[in-house]
Design a protein around this ligand. Structure first.
Ligand SMILES: Cc1cc2nc3c(=O)[nH]c(=O)nc-3n(C[C@H](O)[C@H](O)[C@H](O)COP(=O)(O)OP(=O)(O)OC[C@H]3O[C@@H](n4cnc5c(N)ncnc54)[C@H](O)[C@@H]3O)c2cc1C
Length: 544
């Protein structure tokens, strides 16, 4: 334990005392625990609401739940031993396989002994006199530490829309992000799925195949690219094992953190014929690589329109009923300005006899009744309703912690007009608090493992610096934070991201301020973090 902390144990007799507390046991919290405990050698402990590790992959057990990042890129990269000791079975791993992987990593690193499960944090407040963060859980636990690190994930606070009458519904309803562990039996049932984002697009084909009848309630039509999931060949597995260092370098050097480079050509550098050929090949290959065929898809409106038109045309070619196809292709935003889904048989599902599509733009939901969903045009009888309505992204899980900094300053109040941070890692007024993949960092715009590992490693070195400097606290300055917010906005404005109503902007949650929360561009971001570090943590102040 850190010398500077131990003597304070006497002042916090009822609290369990650690050098560092970490909230959340997903990819981020697990790696942070390993880094602090096994590399830095300080006492660290994790508090986790669930009764197992895994985070996203512990909670999201809905049918069809699967990763959109390719399996060989969606795993810890920091340890060759972990890489060599694990073999993925498919191009895109399913939720059960990722959960198995995270348990494998937790066991290999012997992490579970330093995690308290079923510990939902309900408050975290900084005591300036003691220089300790006091953390309390719903279950009555009280913990204290000099450093507090949030690893609560960007997508862990389920967003349930406020629709009148939900308590009247006599059937069963579920949110995909809090799916029952025992599963749901759809056989012989009339099911309604509300929401056609990434999750809805994964769940709909699987639910349609299992249920007697499925009604999809679509408010926002969406693009989707076939994933072309398949078992991995032995040759590919061998290639990954033998070339992992190179694959890792590629991931860290591209804007989205995926294991391929973005082509250095404009949509308009090639003839219409050649472009179509490129798109067709990318469509056949499947997955998110299509976005990387041209460099200007997310920066040039006309370029984006060309890609968007190609993808809309595909919907018309797959969906046989022209009325359904028109509703599905009536997309109001540019491709990839919202999180781009990939699928297995999504549009094909609308060719099934047991699948109906309701266009909520033409007939909004009025209420949920005892027997189903009532729109402005009619009533849809249902036995089960699935809410695939996403998350109160990025700020939601942080607000749920009720964080209070110096002088009782509440994070919720400080961020009332939208999140403000320095590097997405720290906030003025909250000393020794670090936010992994916080707003103002690339986070959800990347293959997230790349962003998570980068943050964990940066935070670990930063804490080492604080300890080595015999400092008590590290805290960003107002000036650094203001300049960072200006930078994040300027970068976002160079892209098409702010052009639509996405959850990146908080647009899916009524009353949430419209602020673009993540920062596009991983390599430039990582370079800036490096510069800060090598310039004696410029923009941070240490107190001794
Ligand atoms: C359905 C789905 C599919 C996804 N697919 C991809 C993908 O293809 N590629 C990609 O890069 N990313 C994807 N993501 C994003 C995914 O969240 C990240 O890749 C990654 O799992 C985040 O890890 P994390 O540890 O930061 O957060 P999480 O995995 O969200 O873990 C956070 C943990 O914190 C805990 N927690 C939260 N609040 C509290 C509290 N108050 N008290 C105690 N514990 C708390 C939660 O229980 C959870 O276990 C997907 C997300 C979802 C929901």
């Amino acid at each position: 334990m850190l010398d500077a902390v131990s003597p304070l144990a006497a002042t916090s007799t009822e609290a369990k005392l650690y050098d560092a507390l970490i909230i959340g046991a997903g990819f981020a919290g697990m790696y942070q625990l390993h880094s602090l405990r096994d590399r830095l050698g300080i006492s660290a402990h994790v508090l986790e609401a669930g009764d197992g590790v895994g985070g996203t992959w512990y909670w999201n057990r809905y049918p069809g739940a699967r990763c959109d990042s390719e399996s060989h890129s969606y795993c810890y990269h920091f340890s060759d031993e972990l890489v060599q000791g694990w073999e993925w079975s498919e191009r895109y791993p399913s939720q059960p396989e990722i959960l198995r992987y995270l348990n494998y990593a937790a066991d290999k690193l012997d992490l579970k002994r330093d995690i308290t499960f079923k510990a939902r944090v309900v408050s975290a407040s900084y005591d300036e006199g003691e220089n300790l963060w006091h953390v309390r859980t719903e279950q009555g636990g009280h913990y204290a530490a000099r450093f507090l690190i949030t690893a609560v994930g960007c997508l862990s606070s389920a967003n349930l829309p406020k629709i009148d009458g939900i308590s009247d519904f006599q059937g069963k309803w579920y949110h995909t992000g809090e799916w029952p562990h025992e599963g749901v039996d759809f056989s012989g049932k009339r099911v309604g799925v509300i929401g056609t984002g990434s999750t809805g697009i994964q769940a709909i084909p699987v639910v349609a195949a299992a249920a007697k009848h499925l009604t999809v309630f679509q408010r926002t039509a969406n693009y989707s690219i076939p994933a072309r999931n398949a078992p991995l060949t032995d040759d590919f597995k061998k290639y990954v094992r033998e070339n992992f260092a190179e694959i890792r370098d590629v991931m860290r050097s591209t804007v989205n953190g995926h294991p391929w480079r973005i082509a250095d050509r404009s949509v308009f550098d090639v003839s219409d014929e050649e472009r179509d050929k490129i798109f067709e090949m990318a469509w056949e290959k499947g997955g998110l690589r299509l976005r990387a065929e041209f460099r200007d898809v997310l920066t040039n409106e006309e370029a984006n329109e060309v890609v968007s038109a190609f993808l809309k045309k595909k919907i018309g070619q797959i969906v046989k009923d022209p009325a359904k196809a028109a509703i599905l292709a009536d997309i109001d935003h540019g491709f990839a300005t919202k999180r781009p889904p990939i699928d297995t048989g999504y549009f094909e599902t609308y060719n099934r006899d047991n699948v109906a599509l309701v266009n909520l733009r033409a007939e909004p939901i009025e209420r949920i009744t005892a027997t189903g969903v009532k729109t402005s045009k009619g009533e849809y009888p249902l036995d089960i309703i699935v809410f695939a309505t996403g998350f109160d992204a990025m700020t939601g899980p942080l607000f749920n912690l009720n964080i209070a900094g110096r002088n009782g300053l509440a994070l919720r109040d400080v961020w009332r007009e939208g999140p403000r941070s320095y590097l997405g890692l720290q906030v003025v007024g909250f000393p020794n608090l670090f936010t992994i993949t916080g707003p103002g960092s690339p986070s959800v715009l990347t293959n997230m493992i790349v962003s998570i590992e980068h943050h964990v490693e940066w935070i670990t070195r930063c804490m080492q610096h604080v300890v080595a400097s015999n400092a008590q606290t590290i805290e960003t300055t107002q000036q650094a934070q203001d300049a960072w917010v200006t930078h994040v906005n300027a970068v976002a404005d160079m892209t098409l991201f702010p052009s639509c109503n996405s959850w990146y902007l908080g647009a899916n949650v009524p009353g949430k301020p419209r602020v673009f929360m993540p920062l596009p561009g991983f390599p430039d971001y990582a370079q800036r973090c490096s510069d800060v570090e090598s310039n004696d943590y410029r923009g941070f102040e240490l107190t001794r």
